[in-house]
Design a protein around this ligand. Sequence first.
Ligand code: FO1
Length: 317
Amino acid sequence: MNKLDFSSHKIVCLAGGVGGAKLADGLAQIVPPQNLTIIVNTGDDFEHLGLTICPDLDTVMYTLGGVANPGTGWGRAGESWRTMEAVKQLAGPDWFSLGDVDLATHLVRTQMLKDGETLTAVTRHLCRQFNIQPDVLPMSDWPAPTLIETDDGTLPFQAWFVKERWQPPVKQVVLPEDVRATPAVLKALENADLVLIAPSNPFVSVAPILNVYPIRAMLEDIPQTVVAVTPIIGGQAVKGPAAKMMAEMDLPVTARAVAQYYGDLIDGFVFDGQDAGSLEGLSAAQLCTDTWMHSPVDRARLAQDVLTFAMQLAGSE
Ligand code: FO1
């Protein structure tokens, strides 16, 4: 696909896991790399078996690097699991599956952090090894763990998501106070012309990024155009627990409810053709298109639709 002329547009994409990684990959196919920054949720990060695991950063990195597992969306393609089998044999914690090759990422990251590097520097280092040219940034260099309040108590994110297979009903998502953005994130947002919110889970992928001070205030106050893409199609989440969470938090399970959740933060909202006609009367401008990303070609097509829409909005503001 030809690169569109985005030479004068700086684009920032806020991304969580698999949905975010797919849109980031579509953007990377059509935007010059020096104009593209992906700011990634680190609320899912945790320490496991002594290693610092950053699942959403790795999902974005492996996807952009062309080495992601196409079946799961997370982890690496062609993975083997001998270490996990050995962990199980030793009666260690085997509920979180770390592949043999994926482990190398966690080992190198953990060592670099221990040596005093920031998560931003480590992420840039790892991305360079995968030949990834757009800037992939953690939302913060400091831990910002998301907690899930359920009927059975409050759980760390991965305990709820992976260990409990997101079954305990969610009462509330609890985000940390006083988490600060990095200089790199601030600079990317200051320079951005367009900010895209990927079709990631609004509550556990996007909200943790907006919760990092002063990201939400920057998006509210400075004049970039902000466009969100729905993660809900025809009343169902494309992947993961977003639809189940919405029902449990007494929200209608609709793309419209997602747009309303983002409220005044967004200038535009992109939703799927399956939901045509259901978003009338919202203040945000709307684009109805095919939002499914089954293949790399779909990713680039959606990225192009979203960017064209966002650029039109930016021109008309
Ligand atoms: N998700 C799972 O459902 N089960 C796993 O065992 C699992 C392991 C895993 C290892 C590394 C990694 O980078 C991601 C991993 N994920 C796993 C995905 C991940 O925890 C979630 O998809 C995200 O945190 C939600 O975006």
